[in-house]
Design a protein around this ligand. Structure first.
Ligand SMILES: [Ca+2]
Length: 393
């Protein structure tokens, strides 16, 4: 009930725009759902766009981050921050990226821009570093200058404890409430996701300087860390903020046979204090007190980066939720009615390899990066690609 009170407090505090708050008590709505429904296929939109290969030669890219000036940033896990300007991938990476631990699933992972980036040029990077107790995910804030990134502050030093080099999450996004949300995987140790004194297997909610917001759901409890926003998350590799309501959506990897039967990949709607089940409930199992996913995928499709489409280039896609998939080698388009998925379409299926991230450019086009050059991919002589979906005349 505390969590329900929290989300209610959230809504009353005006953290979300009023129309959404009036329309749904999200926690009650999610709690009443037992399992994801089977989603109908939408009418194909494949003949409305063509795919351009804008750049090749990327190495293990993780994130596409559009800037308001028209550039696209692309992170590469070995520790490079690349820039696409006027459709051209610049040969030189941005200077000033800190050293990263590039092993297993780690390296330079996500990036996000401060909500006032156009004025203050502040950017955030999430990357793995070595600690005495093993690798961990760190978030630091930088100022972008003509000479490169100038370090400002580490806003989240990391939470160690596992010698495994997997399940780091990792997405960072600013919410509509201007708080910084960070996904951390459970490091391949499922029990961590239910341990409220462990920050792995969680979504964290932080102020822009890394301090803890006083209205976080577990603030004031001796048996829980105050940074936690949600728990029971196995490994969320995608996160996007709904443009009208401020709702936070995530994609999450389900088990991979070593920890439970494979599959059970999820699309989730995140609410303050929510328990997303792992490892107690997964696939379509239900369990009191846990939140069921909006959509579930078995066999695995390995969902990663995601975005909402708000550009004017594709009218039929307006408001739809897109997410890239690795094992599934496709881009999924989910149509939503409020928070409820009503249908889906599979795009780019088996045509461009494993897909890591999708983003809407300032031009209203959709950009996608592939992920064939990492340790899980088949490799590709030309390197990974940046694709662009363009309307067909
Ligand atoms: Ca779950």
């Amino acid at each position: 009930m505390k969590a329900a009170a929290c989300i209610l407090g959230f809504l009353l505090a005006g953290a979300l725009p009023a129309p959404a708050a009036d329309a749904y008590n999200l926690f009650a709505w999610l709690s009443a759902r037992l399992a994801p429904q089977d989603l109908a296929r939408l009418a194909s939109s494949a003949d409305t766009f063509r795919v351009e290969t804008l750049a090749e030669g990327l190495e293990s890219p993780w994130a596409i981050v559009p800037a308001p000036d028209g550039r696209l940033f692309i992170t590469e896990r070995p520790g490079r921050l690349r820039v696409v300007r006027n459709g051209v991938l610049l040969p030189e990476p941005v200077a000033g990226v800190p050293p990263v631990a590039y092993r297993g699933q780690g390296g330079l992972l996500d990036m996000t821009l401060h909500p006032d980036y156009a004025q203050n040029r502040l950017v955030y990077l999430a990357y793995t570093v070595d600690a005495p107790q093993g690798m961990m995910t760190r978030v630091a804030r930088f100022e972008e200058t003509p000479a490169g990134l100038r370090p400002v502050a580490v806003v989240f030093a990391g939470f160690p404890g596992s010698d495994k080099s997997k399940h780091f999450g990792c997405r960072i996004r600013f919410g509509a409430d201007r708080k910084l949300y960070l996904t951390l995987g459970e490091r391949g140790e499922g029990r961590r996701a239910q341990d409220l004194m462990d920050l792995n297997g969680k979504t964290l909610r932080l102020n822009e300087d890394g301090t803890v917001p006083v209205d976080n759901p577990f603030v004031g409890r001796a048996d829980a860390r105050p940074e936690i926003f949600t728990y029971g998350n196995r490994n969320s590799q995608g996160m996007a903020v709904h443009p009208q309501t401020g709702w936070i959506f995530q994609t999450e990897h389900g088990p991979s046979w070593n920890d439970a039967p494979g599959g059970g990949d999820e699309v989730n709607l995140m609410v303050a204090g929510g328990n997303y089940g792992w490892p107690l409930a997964h696939h379509r199992a239900t369990r009191e007190g846990t939140v069921a996913p909006l959509a579930e995928y078995t066999p695995a499709i390995a969902p990663a980066g995601c975005t909402f489409y708000t550009g004017g280039q594709f009218q039929a896609w307006s408001g739809d939720f897109f997410f890239a998939n690795l094992v599934g080698k496709k881009l999924v388009r989910l149509k939503l009615d409020g928070p409820r998925p009503t249908g889906q379409e599979f795009l780019l299926e088996n045509a461009y390899g494993r897909l890591r991230d999708v983003a809407q450019g300032p031009d209203g086009l959709l950009y996608v990066i592939t992920s064939d050059t990492d340790a899980y991919g088949p490799g590709r002589a030309g390197g990974d690609r940046l694709l662009r979906l363009v309307p067909r005349p």
